[in-house]
Ligand binder design. Sequence first.
Ligand SMILES: NC(=O)c1ccc[n+]([C@@H]2O[C@H](COP(=O)([O-])OP(=O)(O)OC[C@H]3O[C@@H](n4cnc5c(N)ncnc54)[C@H](O)[C@@H]3O)[C@@H](O)[C@H]2O)c1
Length: 373
Amino acid sequence: MADRVHRLAVLPGDGVGPEVVAAALQVLDEVGARYGFSISRAEYPIGGAAIDAHGSALPAGVVEACREADAVLLGAVGGPKWDDPRAAVRPEQGLLGLRKGLGVYANLRPVRVIDALAQFSTLREEVIVGTDFVVVRELTGGIYFGQPQGRSGEPPQRSAVDTSTYSEAEVERVARLAFELARGRERRLCSVDKQNVLATSRLWREVVSEVAADFPEVRLTHLLVDSAAMELLRDPRQFDVILTENLFGDILSDEAAMIAGSMGMLPSASLGEPGDDPLRRPGLYEPVHGSAPDIAGTGVVNPIAAILSVALCLRISLGEPEAAAAIEAAVDQALELGARTRDLGADDDRALGTAAMTERLVELLPYPARVRA
Ligand SMILES: NC(=O)c1ccc[n+]([C@@H]2O[C@H](COP(=O)([O-])OP(=O)(O)OC[C@H]3O[C@@H](n4cnc5c(N)ncnc54)[C@H](O)[C@@H]3O)[C@@H](O)[C@H]2O)c1
């Protein structure tokens, strides 16, 4: 009988989403059995699958059910079946509505180059080996949501407007989260803005610098976003935590993702306000990749991004850091021992499918130290 029970809301979504979510849950159950907890889970529709079944990408009641859970695990949404740009309901509405409904304002994307995979990056191996940083992107403010937004006029006098706004409170809460994260890592925080041009960036830099006073042990630096884009490719090892606003974060986190090689390796967490227990912050966890319709249903999708998302969930939302570390260790070891899915460069005849890679990781999950002794 497990000591602890964690409640997980599971949203498999579309394409490879259900395949990687199933793999992640298998690993979660196994690690739970070894580390003394169990997962009680309930599944909910989202995205294209939800449109087909309920006529909405985020059916009524799903957000509330997710709020009740300790954490949310999502696969991916979207696919060619729902791609008609004229459609009134689109799968992405499910994801945006969920993020908004959960109030998650910080998106974390860890980028870690695993030695055994360094050769798959488009950057030279000696530049990236040892890279290990997290991008913290503000998720609910900035130019994506500011008003007015829209277009007017007819040719040849068409014009369009977007507005970027940030309040002090929005900057402060995400900065605090990033400093807390940096405090538990290498204690280096690089804040990225465009303060030489943008008023929102000047406020951003001011507020981040003020928050820094509460974290004297963390070394704060600032970079303009254009320099940051260059530095990420020149010397990615210099970074520990990168904090930036919504638009810059969107672009830089995809640039950063390519340093690690395959999309199939990258987890993410989206976090909101901490609850009463600082060790169990509610969050939404999902692989960075999309629904990969080109390989859906063929059993070859790499499940590691989803499995590492579950590790993040264990550490940040479920208060199970040892189990999180066990999953990460199993992933490292499997790759070091040569386990490869097709996206990691394995020939077709040597590549592990989704199920075989998941089994391999389960076999390699370390037991807790007290059991091993
Ligand atoms: N968060 C999300 O739900 C999310 C994110 C991005 C894209 N999408 C949606 O997904 C659909 C496909 O988008 P896309 O093709 O631009 O991006 P994608 O990430 O789904 O796929 C890009 C390429 O990478 C491959 N790939 C992705 N993940 C993989 C994995 N785990 N293992 C092996 N190969 C993997 C795919 O086969 C494809 O060739 C679209 O409908 C898009 O809107 C959803």
